[in-house]
Design a protein around this ligand. Structure first.
Ligand SMILES: [Zn+2]
Length: 264
């Protein structure tokens, strides 16, 4: 059975962007491996969630393990870089942050995992990292290079269809911009135009685990935050499909529905 590796930037990214695909692939009998570039050191912990003396990254490593289990992963690994923070922040200059990482070195770290688990399919992000976060952009660049090194021929870019997202929010009478910090970066440059996206994976039957995986990241996302406070109906309308582009694709006819990605 083909092996799926999902490469992400920070703990919690896996849940919303590829969580449905991961759970569905696991249910179909595939080995699913989560690789996370950083431990999310620059996140802001919710008040009171950290134990005495506990560092945020320690907590986030635990949360990622729980989320990975919920999503059916056989293992989860970290690439060992530090969170770069949002674009333009002084944390971008930290020499050990992912944004500063040497592409080739980082790609070799990932490639060695891809080779070890015998990856057949790799997911990364679109070329602007969904919304321009430096670590997400780096996932795209490093992921492409690692796939080349390890000879993984099926690479897909997790993204969001701008038009579909806007339509869903309008239909649900919700705007993620209305004062919600979770929605940072949601705007005209969010995701990709529909025409450039190759596949849409319906993940309605995996919404329970997908949302439970979001909930596992309690140091970052609380019950009254955007992703957990919306109704199940709204969550399903907004997160019931995952969109995947193919590197180098131009405008096509928009996404076709597939049960699982090609190669799985
Ligand atoms: Zn992230």
């Amino acid at each position: 059975m083909p092996v799926l590796v999902c490469f992400h930037a920070h703990p919690d990214d896996e849940a919303l962007s590829t969580g449905g695909l991961m759970r569905r692939a696991a249910d179909a009998g595939h080995e699913v491996v989560l690789v996370t570039a950083t431990r999310g050191e620059q996140g802001e912990p919710k008040p009171g969630v950290l134990l005495e003396g506990q560092e945020l990254w320690e907590r986030r490593v635990e949360e990622t393990k729980v989320a990975a289990e919920i999503l059916g992963c056989v293992s989860n690994e970290f690439l060992g870089y530090e969170d770069s923070g949002m674009m333009g922040e002084p944390t971008n200059d930290n020499p050990t942050c992912f944004w500063r990482a040497d592409h080739d070195e980082a790609a070799h770290r990932l490639a060695s995992i891809l080779e070890r688990v015998r990856a057949d399919v790799l997911t990364i992000y679109d070329d602007h990292g969904l919304y321009g976060h430096p670590d997400h952009i780096q996932v795209h660049r490093v992921g492409l290079r690692a796939a080349e090194i390890a000879g993984v021929s099926h690479v897909f870019e997790a993204t969001v269809s701008r038009e579909d997202a806007m339509a869903a929010f309008e239909e649900m009478d919700m705007s993620p911009e209305e004062g919600d910090p979770d929605a940072d970066g949601f705007g005209d440059d969010f995701g990709m135009p529909r025409a450039r996206i190759r596949y849409r994976v319906p993940v309605g039957d995996a919404l329970g685990p997908k949302r439970a995986a979001v909930r596992a990241h309690a140091s970052q996302i609380s019950e009254d935050d955007f992703f957990l406070s919306m109704s199940d109906e709204a969550f399903g309308r907004i997160f019931g499909y995952e969109f995947y582009a193919v590197p180098g694709d131009g405008d096509g006819g928009g996404p076709v529905d597939v049960d699982l990605l090609p190669g799985l």
